[in-house]
Structures are given as structure tokens and as C-alpha cells.
Design a protein around this ligand. Structure first.
Ligand code: NAD
Length: 488
């Protein structure tokens, strides 16, 4: 049994001076057009919408809204480019993908600042995680482009054709990289749509794609909201849809593509279990809990949003977790000390606030640290819910914010049953000193990704994807090439 000692070890009341990242080096246009056939083109409808900075709700830029006709133009450009791109040698294709990777690296600071301005995530995360990982994805798949015969030995792998790719707002550039890099490596041409609240880094990526000299029409990036996404999904000349987003929209896409020739991969929502055994290194586990749920304001499909702690260490873990939460800095995304940035949109903040109310009404015991929240913008304090059970809505439904539910367990069988008792199956984490326990759990948990003694670690070489209502298909690694090829 662990004894509770060293009370309040984290409450050392550190204060930090402001450490704002400079914005001098970034260039954002007042208005962005659609990137079709290698050039920026005005939308046929002449309609534009605003992209907003969620830390003050002020407009950053106007962004074109693609109509059905614009989608059609983008698909035609991709179709026209397909023959040339798919018959280039793998080595040539790889050359362009390498170039894109290097150009992202060169402009990494600019990308990081724009990602934080447009999406609200802390600059430390966009600088150290999103942007380097996006570049790494292009580097990794550039390496595969001329090695497809090794990826699929004795099989003649051919590209599918024109792929439609739709991505969410939580990791805007990274999700674009996850989609574009493997599709290019395998010889497909692309129409990609970023989310309506975070289009800027995808449009910056379009500038890089132009600069890379890749043949025109190979990558088309068009902006808009759900209607534009639906026009991509329903376009008859698209051969594959790759979608990352909510389970609700995923179900719609599954329905409308059923019975068509379109191939489909769906990366959807999650409600990951993070399991702490009594033999775990407790301080590391507490840090892991924080990283699992408060990283990127909890806007993470694979977030560890359900914590399960073995009963004998529950008091200790919860006390240490509360102490650690007191030190988290919530605020200005561009400040290098910030741990938790702005909630991505007013709408998402309403969703999270609503779930907090539901949790309270269901009898959950709430804990939030005494952090100061800025007056303007969209903010949510890191939140724990104790005294909850499996039937509570906040335990079952994806909140997609910095809200953690805490439950306890006694036996390994009990925690496996509780962890699997959800419609989702995307991620899980296990904290224990015992390797055999880790192997036992990884066999039993229904999750596409399971971390051991860590959480939210991503690597381009490693496949990622879900089971059940978290979707199907894998992105990353060798597995990530397969959804973009057919065998002849
Ligand atoms: P969302 O489904 O509302 O939107 C995702 C994208 O789909 C956006 O680009 C949106 O414009 C578009 N879209 C909306 N309606 C559409 C329609 N009818 N047809 C086609 N496209 C449409 O999701 P969101 O709120 O932007 O993102 C959050 C969700 O994404 C969460 O559920 C999260 O778990 C999930 N997500 C999953 C993964 C994963 O890899 N499994 C990764 C990141 C996010």
C-alpha cells in the first residue's frame, strides 16, 4: 500500500513571466481562394466565410466557400492530373513529397504560429508536436514511394484514382499530412477539405505544394463546411473517401457511399480508457493522465478521457492529480508557458459546458483548479468528475474537451469489462510495472492503439485507427499505404 505523504508537492506556487511567441514572421492574407489545378482560384459562388481566432473571437481572414461546382472543378483537375502522376516513377513522386517535407520544416515557425492562432492550441504543442510530426509524415511516405514492391511483395499495387479527403479541426496540418502523404506516395491525386474553423495551415500547405513544383492538379485544397464535404463525398468521379471527424458524420458517409464503387476509410471519435494499476510509477502515471486528457484542450480523438485507478492507490493518485492540475496554466495560446489553450470554437465550448452540466445533474462530483480564465475568447478549466459510474452520459459519450471522468476498480477482469463497455474502440493506456499485465491487457482491450506507461505518443511509422464506432482503416506506417491501393 502506498502511504499518502509529501502532501501538495506540486503547490510550489511558481509564477512565470509572459513568454509570447512573436508573430512578426508570419504572413496571413486578408482573403484566401480555393487551390485548384495548381493555382488559387475564386469560388464560383463568390462566397467567403470568416476564420476566427478562438482566443479573442476576432476574424483572422476570409476563406472561400466551395460550392458543388467548385468541387466538380477540383475533381476534374485531379482526374486530369491522375494519368501523369500515377505513371511517374516512384522515385520522381518521392522527390516531390520530400520537397514538401523540407519546405514545411523551413517554414515550421510560421506554421506553428498560424496553427495556434487559428485553432487555439498552445504554441508549445504546435511547435513541438503538430508541425514536426506533419513534416515527418511527408518524409516517411516519401521514402515509400519507390518501394511499393517491398511494401506489397509479389502483388501489383496500383493507385485508386482520385481521392476525396475530409479532415477535422483538432490537428489541422497534421491530419492533412496523414491524408496527403500516403495518397501521393501510392500515385493517387487528391481533393482535400480542411475543417471550416481551421483552414489556414492547409491553405499555407497549398502554397508549399505550389512551390514544390508538383504537377498541377495532383493536390487540390478546397475550403467550406459540411455542405462542401458532402459534395465531395457524393461526387461520382471520386474513387475513395478518407474521412476523419465525428462518428455522426462518419455514419452519414458510410450510408451514402454504400453500394457505390467508392472505397472508404473512417477515423472517428473515441472515449479512451487510461488504466492505472497499483504497481505503476505513480508520479509518472499522474503526468500521463494530464497528458492524456489535457493535451490540446482534450480535443483529441484518442484522449484518455476515462480514468480507471486501482482502488488501493485511488486516493493517492487523485490527490496528486488535483495538485498537478493546480499548476496548469490556461490562457493565451501564443504564450510559451501555456499548458491549455483556447477551446476551438464557441460551438465546441457550448458542447463541453453542456456536458459539464449533464455531469453535475447526474450526480458527479466536480473538481476544477483555481485557474484564472481570460475574459475574452473560449476557455474551459481542466475538469475532473469523481463519483461517476458506467451508466453516466459523461462516461459514455465523447466530450472532446478537457474533462476527465474518474472511476476505480479492484481486479483486472473488472477493468477490462469497464474499459470495453463503450461504443468506441480507438485508444487505451495501461500503467503498470509488470510486462505480463501489459501483454494481457493489450490482448483484451478493444482499442486500435494501446500505450503502455505513456499516452498520446504518435509516430509516422506506427499505424493508427479504430474499432467499432471509432471507424475502420489505418493511417500511418506500412498499413497506411494499403487503403490507397488496389491489386491487379
Ligand atoms: P465533424 O464530423 O463535424 O467534421 C469533420 C469534417 O467533416 C469537417 O471538415 C467538416 O466540415 C466535415 N463535414 C461535416 N459534415 C459533413 C458531411 N455531411 N459530409 C461530409 N463532410 C462533412 O467533426 P469535428 O467536430 O470537426 O471533429 C471532431 C471529431 O473528429 C471528434 O469526434 C474526434 O474524435 C474526431 N477525430 C477523429 C480522429 C481519428 O483519427 N479517429 C482524429 C481527429 C478527430
Amino acid at each position: 500500500m502506498h502511504k499518502v505523504k509529501n502532501k501538495d508537492i506540486f503547490k510550489a506556487s511558481w509564477t512565470y513571466d509572459k513568454a509570447p511567441e512573436s508573430t512578426d514572421h508570419i504572413q496571413i492574407k486578408k482573403q484566401y481562394d480555393l487551390f485548384i489545378d495548381g493555382k488559387f482560384t475564386k469560388p464560383i459562388s463568390a462566397k467567403y466565410f470568416d476564420t476566427i481566432n478562438p482566443s479573442d473571437n476576432k476574424k483572422i481572414a476570409g476563406v472561400a466557400e466551395a460550392s458543388d461546382k467548385d468541387v466538380d472543378k477540383a475533381v476534374s483537375a485531379a482526374r486530369k492530373a491522375f494519368k501523369g502522376w500515377s505513371t511517374l516513377t516512384g522515385k520522381e513522386r518521392g522527390k516531390y513529397i520530400f520537397r514538401i517535407a523540407r519546405l514545411i520544416q523551413e517554414r515550421a515557425r510560421e506554421f506553428a504560429v498560424i496553427e495556434s492562432l487559428d485553432g487555439g492550441k498552445p504554441i508549445r504543442e504546435s511547435r513541438d508536436i503538430d508541425i514536426p510530426l506533419a513534416a515527418n509524415h511527408f518524409f516517411y511516405y516519401a521514402g515509400w514511394a519507390d518501394k511499393l514492391t517491398y511494401a506489397f511483395p509479389n502483388r501489383n499495387a496500383k493507385p485508386l484514382g482520385v481521392v476525396g479527403q475530409i479532415i477535422p479541426w483538432n490537428f489541422p496540418l497534421l491530419m492533412a499530412a496523414w491524408k496527403i502523404a500516403p495518397a501521393l506516395a501510392t500515385g493517387n491525386t487528391i481533393v482535400l477539405k480542411p475543417a471550416e474553423t481551421t483552414p489556414l495551415t492547409a491553405l499555407k500547405l497549398a502554397e508549399i505544394i505550389q512551390e514544390s513544383g508538383i504537377p498541377k492538379g495532383v493536390v487540390n485544397i478546397i475550403t467550406g463546411a459540411g455542405e462542401t464535404g458532402a459534395a465531395i463525398v457524393n461526387h461520382p468521379d471520386i474513387d475513395k473517401i478518407a474521412f476523419t471527424g465525428s462518428t455522426g458524420v462518419g455514419k452519414y458517409i458510410l450510408k451514402v457511399t454504400a453500394g457505390t464503387h467508392k472505397k472508404l476509410t473512417l477515423e472517428l471519435g473515441g472515449k479512451g480508457a487510461n488504466i492505472i494499476f497499483d504497481d505503476a510509477a505513480i508520479d509518472q502515471a499522474v503526468e500521463g493522465i494530464v497528458n492524456a486528457i489535457f493535451f490540446n484542450q482534450g480535443h483529441v480523438c484518442c484522449a484518455g478521457s476515462r480514468l480507471f485507478v486501482q482502488e488501493s492507490v485511488a486516493d493517492l493518485v487523485i490527490r496528486k492529480l488535483k495538485d498537478r492540475m493546480e499548476t496548469l496554466i490556461v490562457g493565451e495560446p501564443l504564450d510559451k508557458n501555456t499548458d491549455i489553450g483556447a477551446i476551438n470554437s464557441k460551438k465546441q465550448l457550448q458542447t463541453i459546458d453542456n456536458y459539464i452540466k449533464i455531469g453535475l445533474n447526474e450526480g458527479g462530483e466536480i473538481y476544477q483548479p483555481k485557474c484564472k480564465l481570460p475574459k475574452q475568447g473560449n476557455w474551459c478549466a481542466p475538469t475532473l468528475f469523481l463519483n461517476v459510474s458506467q451508466s453516466h452520459r459523461i462516461v459514455q459519450e465523447e466530450i472532446f474537451g478537457p474533462v476527465l471522468t474518474v472511476q476505480t476498480f479492484r481486479t483486472i477482469e473488472e477493468v477490462i469489462e469497464k474499459a470495453n463497455n463503450t461504443p468506441y474502440g480507438l485508444s487505451a493506456g495501461v500503467w503498470t510495472e509488470k510486462g505480463s499485465k501489459i501483454f494481457h491487457l493489450t490482448q483484451k482491450l478493444n482499442a486500435g492503439v494501446i500505450w503502455a506507461n505513456t499516452f498520446n505518443k504518435f509516430d509516422p511509422t506506427s499505424p493508427f485507427g479504430g474499432y467499432k464506432e471509432s471507424g475502420f482503416g489505418r493511417e500511418g506506417g506500412l498499413h497506411g499505404l494499403k487503403p490507397y491501393v488496389k491489386f491487379e
